[in-house]
Design a protein around this ligand. Sequence first.
Ligand code: BJW
Length: 230
Amino acid sequence: MRAEPNIVVLTGAGMSAESGVPTFRGADGLWEGHHIEMVASPEGFARDPELVHRFYNLRRAALNTVEPNAGHHALARLEREWRGRFLLVTQNVDDLHERAGSEKLIHMHGELRKARCECCGAVMAWNKDLASGTRCRACGEIGGLRPHIVWFGEFPFEMETIMNVLKNADIFLCIGTSGVVYPAAGFAKEAARNPACRLVEFNIESTEISRQFRERVIGPVSVELPKFVE
Ligand code: BJW
């Protein structure tokens, strides 16, 4: 291992669960009776844009009622104190990592507090509700705005950067994800191509990808991450 090892951290919905943000596949995994694929896909948006806007409007508004937990703060501290390369890749669309102080951060599945115009391509900060009749602040068109979110069948953001950094990872931490959604579910395999890479999974239970990890920490992130970072 390098004197100043490179670390890559992947987080999923379990990271924010203790802050009060619901996970996707807990309980019955449904939202108002709809499967996530029905509301988080281009087909779902084409079929019923108001339903999809409502799903994201509710989740965007809910961000005002939640705070980062001790796990988010532990990762921000790890970044501040780490001397090698550090990258945090999150599948989460909330803003709890940045509110805890994380800076070297990629939102591979997008961000709830941004909107994108399908007419002009502009991406803009967006904290209000979206609807089919909303006007784009950049081009003035009505009806082109959508949540800046990566839906099923769409290409996650900054994949080239992520894959390059993973190739050179000495440590890969995989935190609070069920490991069923690709390409993120394949990151451990990618990091493991370096046989010296330390692979650690943090979760409250076993996942689809647990067997790929050389170390596993079972327990809630708010307890286990501060201990790990100490
Ligand atoms: C705790 C905890 C605590 C709880 N402490 N832990 C067949 C095979 C392979 C792939 C495919 C396939 N058919 C289709 C695909 C592709 C598809 C896919 O993977 N589908 C699978 C469902 C099969 N993927 C895509 O379409 C992606 N794009 C793509 O593949 O493009 C082509 C491409 C190929 C190669 C390279 C690059 C590109 C896009 C995926 C977009 C995902 N979008 C969503 C919704 C949008 C965001 C939003 O609305 O919020 O993203 S789906 C949803 O799942 C969300 C999440 O980011 C994502 C992952 O979920 P996550 O984070 O794992 O949450 P949960 O709920 O599943 O798990 C929580 C975990 O936390 C659990 O394990 C708990 O135990 C744990 N936990 N409390 C510690 N306190």
